[in-house]
Design a protein around this ligand. Sequence first.
Ligand SMILES: NC(=O)c1ccc[n+]([C@@H]2O[C@H](COP(=O)([O-])OP(=O)(O)OC[C@H]3O[C@@H](n4cnc5c(N)ncnc54)[C@H](OP(=O)(O)O)[C@@H]3O)[C@@H](O)[C@H]2O)c1
Length: 311
Amino acid sequence: MQAVYIEQYGNAKQLILADVAQPAISANQVLIKVQGAGVNPVDWMVREGFLQDSGDHQLPLILGWDAAGDVAQVGTEVENFNVGDAVFVYAPISEQGAYAEYIAVDSALVAAKPESLDTLTAAAVPLAATTAWQSLMEGCQLKAGDKVLIHNAAGGVGSFAVQIAKAHGAYVIGTASAAKEAYVRGLGVDEFIDYRSQRFEDVITDVDAVLAAVGGDDILQRSLQVIRKDGNLVSLLDDMDADMAKQQGVNFQRWWVMPNAEDLQHIAELIDNGEIKVNIDTVFPLAQVEQAHALSESQRACGKIILNVAA
Ligand SMILES: NC(=O)c1ccc[n+]([C@@H]2O[C@H](COP(=O)([O-])OP(=O)(O)OC[C@H]3O[C@@H](n4cnc5c(N)ncnc54)[C@H](OP(=O)(O)O)[C@@H]3O)[C@@H](O)[C@H]2O)c1
């Protein structure tokens, strides 16, 4: 099968598109014929070798852990799926990825594709939306009426986070640059902050929770200033001393998304109910994976990037 993989860590020139053996499935796995593979920042971070100390990866490694497609084969112990089912999944990043014609995944992590989405678009959803869901529902303990600040509301995660928070009855403030104001307002934010011309800590106060879907710029320290006593600060990138945050009355967590089919089912329901729209920046054919990585690395994408594996 065709796949994009790396044999060594480094820049986008390390991406190899070539034929590799189709994966064999174990008893608890399904084989998915991939139509679309979502591109996420973790893909190029792994490619660069930023996570090589984790010991999670063995080279050669097929990148990309968001997949949507049809079940092509089921393991002998799989009961929840049949051949031909349309599915999507955020697959474990410790395993071979989805930039490939086929991926083998534990069936417990796989969910039925949202009916209202075509398969390619569904590939944009799993990792980013699951991150948004888990970091808001578990990390921020989000409930109706909460006031929540979402840093990087225009990104893949932030776009889902705004819509998930609104669907749960929150008051949402989102940050992005001025050029993306219309896009972010279209997601449903109640307030928009252009982070380049306004310091958010000068204009907001007493939020129940902050989701930092971006790092740098002292964003966590500054966020402490706008959170009410006993509120929550969840970071997807930078870390901070949780005891120090606690002394300032804030519960801090550095969040790591975990694959979870139940969360994907909740997200699929919101999509099919029309409460989450999936916004795509660009779809690239697999052969243009270098361009797809360049766009993700630019950190300027508006919504999601997808590789069309079937093209
Ligand atoms: N911990 C986890 O489990 C986990 C899971 C998923 C993602 N992440 C991390 O979360 C971050 C966001 O991921 P993503 O997929 O949403 O990224 P993304 O789609 O690549 O984000 C692109 C967006 O970032 C915005 N941006 C850049 N700097 C900003 C700033 N200072 N303030 C506000 N917005 C800013 C850009 O908007 P402008 O052009 O308007 O600046 C652009 O629209 C990444 O660092 C990723 O690695 C972590």
